[in-house]
Each structure stands twice: as C-alpha cells, then as structure tokens.
Design a protein around this ligand. Structure first.
Ligand SMILES: Nc1ncnc2c1ncn2[C@@H]1O[C@H](COP(=O)(O)OP(=O)(O)O)[C@@H](O)[C@H]1O
Ligand SMILES: O=C(O)C1=C[C@@H](OP(=O)(O)O)[C@@H](O)[C@H](O)C1
Ligand SMILES: [Mg+2]
Length: 180
C-alpha cells in the first residue's frame, strides 16, 4: 500500500508511538525503528543521561542527526520522540515519508505516564500541567501531519495500529488527486 515509503509516527509523550509503531511495522511487514532507541544505542547513553549531560539542546541536535540518517532508508515504520517536530529542519526528513499524528488527550497521557521515570521533561513537575503546556506549544506542529488519528478512549495498540492502516488510503488518494 505504501510502496516502500516510510511511515513516521509523531505525537506527545505517552501517545503510544513506540508501542503502536512496532505493531504497525508487523502488520505492514516493514522494519521498525524507534528514534530514541537508535539514539540510546549510538550514544550508549539513556535519554535521561543525555538530557543530564548535553541538556535539551544537545539532545535535539543528536535527535536531528539520527533522523537525517534514518530517513535515507525505506520500508520502515519510525517512531519519533515527541519533540522531533520542534526543529524546522526535521520536517524535511519527516516529509520523506507519510507522517501520522497519534492524538491522545492529556488525561489519558497522564494515566499512562503517572509512574514513568524515563522521560526527563516529566520528572519533578505537575504532570498534567506540564503535558498541557507542552501540547499547547506543539499542537499546531503536530497538526502538520498528513494524517491525524485520535485515540480518545483506552484501546489496544493493535486496534490503534489497525485504525492507522485503515486511514492511510484516504491520504494516499488525496495525494494522487493533487498530482492528477
Ligand atoms: N493503545 C494503547 N493502549 C494501551 N496502552 C498503551 C497504548 N499505547 C501505549 N500504551 C502504553 O502507554 C505507555 C507509553 O507508550 P509509548 O509507546 O512508550 O508512547 P510514546 O512512544 O508515544 O511516548 C506504555 O506504557 C504503553 O504500554
Ligand atoms: O516530547 C519530548 O520532548 C520527548 C519525548 C521522548 O520520546 P517519547 O515521545 O517516545 O516519549 C524523548 O524523545 C525525550 O524524552 C523528549
Ligand atoms: Mg517513544
């Protein structure tokens, strides 16, 4: 269906990009890469360590370099980190593929992330308040995706992946319409 074109998942922390991405890759018979995992493997540091050592700005630079490498491959589902949309140049990498926004309300993100210790931006803060303010800053950027999949109630990752796959032909059709 995608003819080898990569699929990029974007969205807030806890939206399910990593979990749903793996499932999507299985269903599409694509390879799977999680950008944060690639960063951790190449730097041999955890995301927490990188934020502590390099600061957010240093992390964003590494994130961008990794994305630049990844986008030269094909037949991949790529789960990005939630802040990848912040840098303009990252969009030129993401636009190599189809960009899907997993849009999940803050309340559900809070439930999923309440006990999380792996996301440095969410430690020692009022979780709901922080997620609200991040979403406010980022929403218009997430909205630049080719496809928005809203997940308002808890559903299995397999179900979300199936909904993404069912929605893809609608955007592919629009793209063909523009060309012709
Ligand atoms: N569709 C889903 N249904 C239930 N739990 C989910 C779903 N997607 C993700 N989760 C859970 O939410 C948490 C965050 O998911 P994750 O895939 O790491 O999100 P992201 O990569 O977008 O930050 C994980 O504990 C995961 O098991
Ligand atoms: O939203 C963000 O700024 C971040 C999201 C994280 O990835 P997930 O979206 O997979 O949690 C990770 O890249 C880092 O902690 C920063
Ligand atoms: Mg993730």
């Amino acid at each position: 269906m995608l003819k080898g074109v990569n699929l990029y998942l974007i969205g807030m922390m806890g939206a399910g990009k990593t979990t749903v991405g793996r499932e999507l890759a299985k269903q599409l018979r694509y390879g799977f890469l999680d950008a944060d995992n690639v960063i951790e493997e190449t730097t041999k540091q955890s995301i927490n360590q990188l934020f502590a050592l390099e600061g957010e700005a240093g992390f964003r630079q590494i994130e961008s370099d990794v994305l630049a490498q990844i986008c030269s491959f094909t037949k991949l589902v790529i789960s990005t980190g939630g802040g990848v949309i912040l840098q303009q140049k990252n969009w030129s990498y993401l636009r190599h593929g189809l960009i899907v926004w997993l849009d999940v309300p803050v309340e559900l993100l809070c439930t999923r992330l309440a006990l999380d210790t792996t996301r440095p931006l969410l430690q020692d803060v009022d979780l709901k308040q922080k997620l609200r303010s991040l979403l406010e800053q980022r929403q218009s950027l997430y909205n630049q995706a080719d496809l928005r999949i809203s997940v308002s109630d808890e559903e299995t990752p397999t179900k979300t992946a199936t909904r993404v796959l069912e929605a893809i032909p609608t955007v592919l059709k629009q793209a063909t319409d523009v060309e012709t």
